[in-house]
Design a protein around this ligand. Structure first.
Ligand code: NAD
Length: 253
């Protein structure tokens, strides 16, 4: 049984992560944290926050106080908070699954440094469907590169801070790698929509003379990200060092 701590427990993803951990028979929630001074710390059960009934895990506002109760931390918070959590994990020799997006290049280096002595799964998108789309995009770029305009459009809820999304940037990276391997340097355009409660949609258009291919992924709920993150946490069990992503977890590399 893998013991999991969910940080950012009262966030949109935090609540769904608690539900996903409690539904997985190979995982158990042993700790849940909120930001320092955050609501419910010391008094509210994590299961009650997620709407799954009490799990016997009280929210805390200091991950360091409960870090020894878990094997793996799952973190979907903010770049700054994730870096603080990394330090706590490094000191306690714990593994981490990071879904937070919007890191600066400088902050990304700190994730890399962590991975030199600890195990981390870091992915801009934990959905299995999106990771299948990543694979298809590489193939499409390989076949179509040089002759098409490539346009990446993503849409998310109005509270999402970073744009383009981490997923759109990763899609762009995969396409560009595939293009350059085949001697092409087509330009990519990014469009971002922030509106209402859209969970997450990505469409890549390869537009050629008189035709176009579109590859679209639509997330209908946050549960697909959460089940992917729990799968990543279980997958980390026999890893002690390294930077991994969802393609590693799914065996797509
Ligand atoms: P949210 O704002 O609803 O939740 C973030 C939570 O983190 C908040 O509850 C906040 O209080 C908490 N937090 C901030 N600082 C903290 C600290 N020091 N300690 C503990 N908790 C702290 O945001 P969200 O929609 O849940 O998204 C969170 C992140 O996950 C974003 O970066 C988003 O882009 C990313 N995300 C990634 C994926 C993926 O598959 N990789 C999917 C969805 C969202």
């Amino acid at each position: 049984m893998t013991k999991i701590a969910v940080v950012g427990a009262t966030g949109r993803m935090g609540k769904v992560l608690i539900t996903a951990v409690s539904a997985n028979e190979k995982a158990t929630l042993t700790a849940a944290s909120v930001r320092p001074g955050g609501e419910g710390a010391g008094s509210v059960d994590a299961g009650a926050i997620a709407g799954v009934g009490d799990l016997g895990v009280l929210l805390v506002d200091d991950l360091a106080a409960v870090i020894n109760q878990c094997d793996v931390v799952i973190d979907f918070t903010t770049p700054q908070a994730t870096l603080e959590h990394l330090e706590i994990c490094a000191n306690a020799n714990k593994k981490i699954v990071v879904g937070t997006t919007g890191f600066s290049p400088e902050q990304l280096k700190q994730l890399q440094t962590f991975s030199e002595s600890h195990a981390i799964v870091f992915a801009p998108n934990f959905s299995i469907g999106v990771n299948a789309a990543f694979h298809l995009l590489g193939v499409a770029a390989e076949i179509l590169g040089g002759d098409v305009e490539i346009d990446i459009t993503e849409a998310h809820h109005k509270h999402k801070i970073d744009a383009p999304s981490g997923t759109a940037l990763r899609m762009g990276e995969i396409i560009q790698n595939s293009l350059s391997l085949n001697g092409h340097d087509d330009q990519l355009n990014y469009n971002s929509i922030r509106a209402g409660d859209i969970v997450g949609e990505h469409t890549v258009m390869f537009v050629g003379a008189g035709e176009r291919i579109e590859i679209t992924h639509r997330a209908m709920s946050r549960m697909n990200f959460a089940t992917g993150a729990v799968r990543a946490a279980l997958w980390l069990e026999d890893k002690s060092v390294g930077m991994f992503d969802m393609q590693d977890v799914l065996g797509l590399k």
